[in-house]
Write a protein that binds this ligand. Structure first.
Ligand SMILES: Cc1cc2nc3c(=O)[nH]c(=O)nc-3n(C[C@H](O)[C@H](O)[C@H](O)COP(=O)(O)O)c2cc1C
Length: 196
Protein backbone atom coordinates (compact mmCIF):
# COMPACT_ATOMS: atom_id res chain seq x y z
CA UNK A 1 0.00 0.00 0.00
CA UNK A 2 1.54 3.37 -0.93
CA UNK A 3 1.70 6.08 1.70
CA UNK A 4 -1.22 8.14 0.40
CA UNK A 5 -3.50 5.09 0.25
CA UNK A 6 -2.38 4.07 3.74
CA UNK A 7 -3.26 7.40 5.35
CA UNK A 8 -6.61 7.47 3.53
CA UNK A 9 -7.40 3.89 4.59
CA UNK A 10 -6.80 4.55 8.29
CA UNK A 11 -10.19 5.22 9.85
CA UNK A 12 -11.92 4.66 13.17
CA UNK A 13 -13.62 1.28 13.22
CA UNK A 14 -15.62 0.15 16.23
CA UNK A 15 -16.79 -3.38 15.41
CA UNK A 16 -14.38 -6.16 14.74
CA UNK A 17 -13.96 -9.88 14.18
CA UNK A 18 -10.86 -12.04 14.57
CA UNK A 19 -8.48 -11.91 11.62
CA UNK A 20 -5.95 -14.27 10.09
CA UNK A 21 -3.01 -12.06 11.11
CA UNK A 22 -0.80 -14.11 13.43
CA UNK A 23 0.27 -13.17 16.95
CA UNK A 24 3.86 -13.29 15.70
CA UNK A 25 3.17 -10.60 13.09
CA UNK A 26 1.55 -8.38 15.73
CA UNK A 27 4.43 -8.92 18.16
CA UNK A 28 6.95 -8.05 15.44
CA UNK A 29 4.95 -4.94 14.53
CA UNK A 30 5.04 -3.86 18.19
CA UNK A 31 8.81 -4.34 18.38
CA UNK A 32 9.36 -2.42 15.15
CA UNK A 33 7.15 0.44 16.34
CA UNK A 34 8.88 0.71 19.70
CA UNK A 35 12.36 0.61 18.19
CA UNK A 36 11.70 3.23 15.50
CA UNK A 37 9.13 5.76 16.78
CA UNK A 38 10.85 8.98 17.82
CA UNK A 39 10.60 10.47 21.31
CA UNK A 40 11.65 13.80 22.83
CA UNK A 41 15.41 13.79 23.46
CA UNK A 42 15.22 10.09 22.56
CA UNK A 43 13.88 9.50 26.07
CA UNK A 44 11.94 6.40 24.89
CA UNK A 45 9.39 6.74 27.66
CA UNK A 46 6.61 5.18 25.55
CA UNK A 47 5.43 1.74 26.65
CA UNK A 48 3.05 -0.75 25.06
CA UNK A 49 1.08 -3.58 26.58
CA UNK A 50 -0.18 -5.83 23.78
CA UNK A 51 -3.20 -7.83 24.87
CA UNK A 52 -4.07 -10.87 22.77
CA UNK A 53 -6.45 -13.80 23.16
CA UNK A 54 -7.99 -14.22 26.61
CA UNK A 55 -6.20 -11.16 28.01
CA UNK A 56 -7.89 -8.95 25.42
CA UNK A 57 -11.27 -10.37 26.51
CA UNK A 58 -10.41 -9.90 30.19
CA UNK A 59 -9.51 -6.28 29.57
CA UNK A 60 -12.82 -5.39 27.90
CA UNK A 61 -14.75 -7.27 30.60
CA UNK A 62 -12.98 -5.11 33.18
CA UNK A 63 -13.77 -1.93 31.26
CA UNK A 64 -17.43 -2.89 31.06
CA UNK A 65 -17.64 -3.72 34.77
CA UNK A 66 -16.04 -0.39 35.63
CA UNK A 67 -18.44 1.48 33.33
CA UNK A 68 -21.42 -0.23 34.99
CA UNK A 69 -20.78 2.05 37.98
CA UNK A 70 -20.54 5.19 35.89
CA UNK A 71 -23.12 4.96 33.10
CA UNK A 72 -26.82 5.59 33.88
CA UNK A 73 -28.76 2.33 33.84
CA UNK A 74 -30.91 3.25 30.82
CA UNK A 75 -27.80 4.03 28.75
CA UNK A 76 -25.90 0.94 29.79
CA UNK A 77 -27.18 -1.38 27.00
CA UNK A 78 -25.64 0.98 24.43
CA UNK A 79 -22.34 0.99 26.30
CA UNK A 80 -22.49 -2.79 26.52
CA UNK A 81 -23.03 -3.09 22.75
CA UNK A 82 -20.11 -0.76 22.03
CA UNK A 83 -17.76 -2.66 24.32
CA UNK A 84 -18.88 -5.98 22.82
CA UNK A 85 -18.02 -4.66 19.34
CA UNK A 86 -14.49 -3.90 20.55
CA UNK A 87 -14.16 -7.15 22.51
CA UNK A 88 -15.06 -9.17 19.39
CA UNK A 89 -11.75 -8.00 17.96
CA UNK A 90 -8.38 -9.67 18.00
CA UNK A 91 -6.38 -7.63 20.44
CA UNK A 92 -5.74 -4.32 22.14
CA UNK A 93 -2.73 -2.07 22.39
CA UNK A 94 -2.48 -0.21 25.69
CA UNK A 95 -0.24 2.84 25.44
CA UNK A 96 1.62 3.93 28.54
CA UNK A 97 4.20 6.49 29.54
CA UNK A 98 6.91 5.43 31.96
CA UNK A 99 6.69 8.39 34.31
CA UNK A 100 10.09 7.60 35.87
CA UNK A 101 11.73 8.18 32.48
CA UNK A 102 9.73 11.35 31.85
CA UNK A 103 10.64 12.65 35.32
CA UNK A 104 14.32 12.05 34.54
CA UNK A 105 13.94 14.03 31.31
CA UNK A 106 12.29 16.85 33.27
CA UNK A 107 15.19 16.89 35.75
CA UNK A 108 17.81 16.78 32.99
CA UNK A 109 16.32 19.79 31.23
CA UNK A 110 14.99 22.12 33.97
CA UNK A 111 15.03 24.98 31.47
CA UNK A 112 12.07 23.45 29.64
CA UNK A 113 9.90 23.20 32.77
CA UNK A 114 6.67 21.31 32.23
CA UNK A 115 7.30 20.81 28.52
CA UNK A 116 8.69 17.35 29.31
CA UNK A 117 5.17 16.22 30.25
CA UNK A 118 3.80 17.55 26.97
CA UNK A 119 6.57 15.91 25.00
CA UNK A 120 5.82 12.59 26.70
CA UNK A 121 2.26 12.83 25.36
CA UNK A 122 3.44 13.94 21.93
CA UNK A 123 5.91 11.05 21.78
CA UNK A 124 3.13 8.70 22.79
CA UNK A 125 0.79 10.12 20.15
CA UNK A 126 3.43 9.46 17.49
CA UNK A 127 3.55 5.84 18.60
CA UNK A 128 -0.24 5.62 18.58
CA UNK A 129 -0.54 6.97 15.05
CA UNK A 130 2.28 4.76 13.78
CA UNK A 131 0.54 1.76 15.37
CA UNK A 132 -2.76 2.71 13.74
CA UNK A 133 -1.05 2.93 10.33
CA UNK A 134 0.77 -0.36 10.96
CA UNK A 135 -2.53 -2.10 11.69
CA UNK A 136 -4.09 -0.50 8.60
CA UNK A 137 -1.19 -1.77 6.50
CA UNK A 138 -2.00 -5.28 7.77
CA UNK A 139 -5.61 -4.81 6.61
CA UNK A 140 -6.94 -4.42 10.16
CA UNK A 141 -9.41 -1.91 11.59
CA UNK A 142 -8.77 -0.08 14.87
CA UNK A 143 -9.92 2.78 17.04
CA UNK A 144 -8.48 4.97 19.73
CA UNK A 145 -10.22 4.81 23.12
CA UNK A 146 -9.76 6.69 26.39
CA UNK A 147 -11.31 4.82 29.28
CA UNK A 148 -8.43 6.03 31.42
CA UNK A 149 -8.24 7.19 34.15
CA UNK A 150 -11.34 5.21 35.21
CA UNK A 151 -9.72 1.89 34.41
CA UNK A 152 -6.10 2.64 35.42
CA UNK A 153 -6.07 0.77 38.72
CA UNK A 154 -8.04 -2.30 37.66
CA UNK A 155 -5.84 -2.68 34.57
CA UNK A 156 -2.63 -2.32 36.53
CA UNK A 157 -3.83 -4.91 39.06
CA UNK A 158 -5.16 -7.36 36.49
CA UNK A 159 -1.99 -7.44 34.40
CA UNK A 160 0.51 -6.68 37.18
CA UNK A 161 1.97 -3.65 35.45
CA UNK A 162 4.66 -1.34 36.87
CA UNK A 163 3.15 1.30 39.14
CA UNK A 164 4.98 4.15 37.39
CA UNK A 165 3.43 3.35 34.00
CA UNK A 166 0.69 5.86 33.24
CA UNK A 167 -2.08 4.74 30.91
CA UNK A 168 -2.60 7.18 28.04
CA UNK A 169 -4.76 5.44 25.43
CA UNK A 170 -6.22 2.13 24.30
CA UNK A 171 -6.34 0.85 20.72
CA UNK A 172 -8.56 -2.19 20.10
CA UNK A 173 -8.24 -3.78 16.68
CA UNK A 174 -9.40 -6.64 14.49
CA UNK A 175 -10.88 -7.35 11.14
CA UNK A 176 -13.29 -4.41 10.71
CA UNK A 177 -16.93 -5.40 10.23
CA UNK A 178 -18.38 -1.88 10.36
CA UNK A 179 -18.17 0.87 7.78
CA UNK A 180 -16.29 3.98 8.87
CA UNK A 181 -18.58 6.95 9.49
CA UNK A 182 -18.70 9.64 6.81
CA UNK A 183 -16.61 12.55 7.99
CA UNK A 184 -16.73 16.08 6.79
CA UNK A 185 -13.32 17.68 6.62
CA UNK A 186 -12.62 21.38 6.63
CA UNK A 187 -10.99 22.71 3.46
CA UNK A 188 -7.30 22.02 4.00
CA UNK A 189 -6.47 25.41 2.54
CA UNK A 190 -8.04 26.95 5.67
CA UNK A 191 -5.67 24.94 7.83
CA UNK A 192 -2.39 25.67 6.14
CA UNK A 193 -0.28 28.59 5.08
CA UNK A 194 2.14 28.21 2.22
CA UNK A 195 4.98 30.66 1.87
CA UNK A 196 7.32 30.37 -1.06
C1 LIG B 1 -6.17 12.30 20.26
C2 LIG B 1 -7.39 11.53 19.83
C3 LIG B 1 -8.27 11.07 20.78
C4 LIG B 1 -9.37 10.28 20.42
N1 LIG B 1 -10.17 9.73 21.39
C5 LIG B 1 -11.18 8.92 21.04
C6 LIG B 1 -11.95 8.26 22.03
O1 LIG B 1 -11.69 8.37 23.23
N2 LIG B 1 -12.96 7.46 21.62
C7 LIG B 1 -13.27 7.28 20.30
O2 LIG B 1 -14.20 6.55 19.99
N3 LIG B 1 -12.54 7.88 19.34
C8 LIG B 1 -11.51 8.70 19.68
N4 LIG B 1 -10.74 9.28 18.71
C9 LIG B 1 -11.07 9.08 17.29
C10 LIG B 1 -11.62 10.34 16.60
O3 LIG B 1 -12.91 10.61 17.01
C11 LIG B 1 -11.54 10.08 15.10
O4 LIG B 1 -10.19 9.82 14.75
C12 LIG B 1 -12.07 11.25 14.29
O5 LIG B 1 -13.45 11.40 14.48
C13 LIG B 1 -11.79 11.11 12.80
O6 LIG B 1 -12.28 9.89 12.32
P1 LIG B 1 -11.34 8.81 11.61
O7 LIG B 1 -10.41 8.25 12.69
O8 LIG B 1 -12.25 7.76 11.07
O9 LIG B 1 -10.53 9.50 10.54
C14 LIG B 1 -9.63 10.04 19.06
C15 LIG B 1 -8.74 10.54 18.10
C16 LIG B 1 -7.62 11.25 18.47
C17 LIG B 1 -6.66 11.72 17.41
Amino acid sequence: MDFNTLIQQRRSHYEYAKSTISDQTLIQLTKDLLSTTPSAFHSQSQRIVLLLGEKHDTFWDLVLERLRYEVPEEKFPRTQAKIQGLKNGQGTFLFYDDTDVTKQMEERFPLYGESAQLWAYESNAMLQYATWLGLTQLGLGASLQHYNPLIDQVTQDAFQLPAQWKLIAQMPFGSAVDIAKTKISQPVEDRMILKK
